[in-house]
Design a protein around this ligand. Structure first.
Ligand code: SAM
Length: 356
């Protein structure tokens, strides 16, 4: 009797998945940099990078295509990192070490297409650093540009050993400098902060989202790129801001309505939104402290009307005392701090509010 054909999945030859194939590529060590206060959001995003392993905080090994790391949203930079067993940076100028260092950096340049480089290290003005710069310029065939160099090379003492480690930023610009940002305005939010706001506020397909005081539209664009939602609209009273947000949304390839409307007088029915995200004027570059003393309570009152019963309101502000006093003096909202971030010389906080 002929033997029945062996079902395909009983085949003796192990089948190699695409993932097996990629896993066999040599792994490199990387480290992410996040704005202070957003490290946990960046670490959480890292957990979702396929093949990232041996993750310790923001440091990890990864055998996959580095391009995937350049698409991370919560980190401001991704670096490939390698340590040398030298007691001082001068040791990197040894024949063998220099050859290895140039190979290491050249591999990063092949990924990022950098056209110049700069050094960031304690004592970067020293004669040793000048020699390192000269040798690297020759070895990499790239010009050294102390201020604007695209390949950012950091040298620092090893975290867990006696040597020195070198970090090479994968991208010529920080990851927070999004390709969609064709228009910038004073007071514009760092895009990684906007991403963190949405991640921590919760991303729901059924959300009707409102972004009052949209400015250049950072919160709108980042949410539009994160995935589906039911509806989203932004407003600002400033013509220039409306035009700027529209330009950024168009560059991102997303259709979101932005209108020149006063957020406190939208004419919209009560409970129109499930999620309201607002980066309020901070009273320095945008708005004034005295103006904010009137704006903030009026804002909270109108957002209470516009928010659905189970809705979430996220407020990002640097007017911490004003806002926290307001929260203390009211009973309609419950609130908790989502994060405090250090960005652009400020320490704003993000609060998540809900109706009691
Ligand atoms: C801190 S900025 C927002 C920055 C924005 N997150 C960005 O990334 O560009 C605050 C914005 O609120 C706007 N604004 C102030 N009062 C407003 C109001 N009553 N209604 C709508 N927009 C208002 C200002 O024109 C300004 O663009």
């Amino acid at each position: 009797m002929p033997r029945p054909a062996r079902p395909k999945h009983f085949s003796h030859r192990p089948r190699r998945s695409a993932e097996d194939h990629r896993t066999r590529q040599p792994a490199h060590e990387y480290v992410l940099e996040a704005l202070p206060g957003l490290e946990e959001v960046a670490a959480e995003e890292l957990q979702h990078v396929p093949l990232a392993r041996d993750i310790r905080g923001l440091r990890f090994w990864y055998p996959g295509d580095p391009e995937r790391l350049t698409r991370l949203k919560a980190a401001v930079a991704a670096y490939r990192i390698r340590a040398w067993d030298v007691p001082r940076p001068r040791g990197l100028l040894g024949h063998q070490q220099l050859g290895e260092l140039v190979d290491f950096l050249a591999a990063v340049v092949r990924v990022g297409g950098h056209r110049s480089f700069r050094l960031a290290a304690a004592g970067r003005e020293s004669s040793v650093m000048a020699r390192v710069a000269e040798e690297l310029s020759n070895g990499l065939n790239l010009p050294f540009d102390a201020e604007e160099g695209e390949l950012l090379i950091r040298l620092r003492p090893q975290e867990d050993g006696p040597g020195w480690e070198v970090l090479a930023r994968l991208t010529p610009r920080p990851l927070s400098a999004r390709a969609w940002r064709v228009c910038n305005r004073g007071g514009g939010l760092n895009a990684t902060v906007a991403y963190a706001v949405h991640k921590l506020a919760g991303q729901r397909e059924e959300d009707r989202i409102f972004n009052p005081m949209a400015g250049s539209g950072t919160l709108l664009v980042e949410r539009a790129l994160m995935g589906p939602y039911d509806a989203m609209v932004g407003v600002d009273t400033d013509d220039g801001a409306v035009a700027c947000a529209r330009a950024n949304l168009q560059a991102a390839g997303r259709e979101v309505e932005v209108a020149r409307v006063d957020a406190l007088d939208t004419g919209l029915p009560a409970r129109s939104f499930d999620l309201i995200v607002a980066d309020l004027p901070w009273g320095d570059a945008i708005g004034s402290h005295r103006g904010n003393a009137a704006l903030y309570p009026a804002f909270l009152g109108e957002m209470y009307r516009l928010l659905s019963r189970q809705g979430r309101l996220v407020v990002l502000t640097h007017e911490l005392r004003l806002f926290e006093n307001l929260l203390q003096d009211q009973t309609r909202w419950h609130a908790r701090e989502l994060f405090q971030v250090y960005s652009g010389g400020h320490h704003p906080k993000a609060y998540l509010l809900g109706k009691r």
